[in-house]
Design a binder for this molecule. Structure first.
Ligand code: PRP
Ligand code: URA
Length: 209
C-alpha cells in the first residue's frame, strides 16, 4: 500500500493544528484539539474499509445502510496513543481495543517495549488502527507493527497527527503494506530526534507531565 493520506490542506485541520502546535496551548486545549484532529484522521482512515449492506426498518419504511464488514481494532501506543482511542470509541462504539506499551529511549531513540494486550488476529476478519500521534524516527511505529503482525494482524493502518518524513520512510522501508493517515507531514527531525516544527512532547503535553 505505502500510502500517506495527509489532511492538512483542509482548513479545519490546519486551524486545529495551530492550536495543537502552539507552546501557549494548555493541557486541556491541547487534549481537545488532539481529539478533534483524531476524529478527522479517523474519518479518513475508515473511508476505505470493507462494508456490507444492512437492511433496517425505520418507523417509516424499510431501507438499507452500509455497515463495516470486519472487526475493527483500535490499538493505541501507550502513552500518547491514548489521546486518539476515546475519540475512536465515541465514533465507533463497537470497536475493540488492544494495547501496546512502548517508550523511546531519549539517548538512543530506540523503542523500549514494556506492555502488550493483543488478541490472536489470525482467526477472524479484522482491521487494525494503530494509533500514535507522533511518527518521528519510526522506531516505535515499526516495533508496534511488528508486534501486531506477530499476532496475525494483516490489515494495519497507522493513524497519527504529525509525521516526520524520516519516520514515514522507515515505516515504508520495513512495512510497505501499511497505509499512514495523518493531519500533517512536517519538515524534518531535529538533532535530538524531535519533529520540527512539531508540537514538542505529545505525551507530556497531553497528560500535563
Ligand atoms: C512518542 C510518541 C511515539 C514515539 C515516536 O512516545 O508517542 O510513540 O515517541 O518516536 P519515534 O518515531 O522516534 O519512535 P514517547 O516515547 O515520548 O512515550 P510516551 O507516549 O509514553 O510519552
Ligand atoms: N515524540 C514526541 O512526542 N514528539 C516528537 O517530536 C518526537 C517524538
Amino acid at each position: 500500500m505505502s500510502q500517506v493520506i495527509e489532511l492538512k490542506s483542509h482548513p479545519l485541520v490546519s486551524h486545529n493544528l495551530a492550536i495543537l502546535r502552539s507552546k501557549d496551548t494548555d493541557s486541556q486545549r491541547f487534549r481537545e484539539s488532539a481529539q478533534r484532529l483524531s476524529s478527522m484522521v479517523l474519518m479518513a482512515a475508515t473511508e476505505s474499509l470493507n462494508t456490507v449492506e444492512q437492511s433496517i426498518e425505520t418507523p417509516m419504511q424499510r431501507t438499507t445502510e452500509m455497515v463495516f464488514a470486519e472487526d475493527i481494532w483500535f490499538i493505541p501506543v501507550l502513552r500518547a496513543g491514548l489521546a486518539m482511542v476515546d475519540v475512536g470509541l465515541s465514533l465507533l462504539p463497537d470497536a475493540h481495543v488492544g494495547f501496546v506499551g512502548l517508550y523511546r529511549d531519549e539517548e538512543t531513540l530506540e523503542p523500549q517495549y514494556y506492555y502488550k494486550n493483543l488478541p490472536d488476529y489470525s482467526t477472524s476478519a479484522h482491521s487494525c488502527f494503530l494509533m500514535d500521534p507522533m511518527l518521528a524516527t519510526g522506531g516505535s511505529a515499526c516495533a508496534a507493527i511488528e508486534l501486531l503482525k506477530s499476532q496475525g494482524a494483516s490489515d494495519i493502518r497507522l493513524l497519527t497527527l504529525i509525521c516526520a518524513p524520516e519516520g514515514i520512510k522507515e515505516v515504508f522501508t520495513k512495512h510497505p503494506d501499511i497505509a499512514i493517515f495523518t493531519a500533517s507531514v512536517d519538515e524534518r527531525l531535529n538533532e535530538i530526534g524531535y519533529i520540527v516544527p512539531g508540537l514538542g512532547d505529545a505525551g507530556d503535553r497531553y497528560f500535563g507531565t
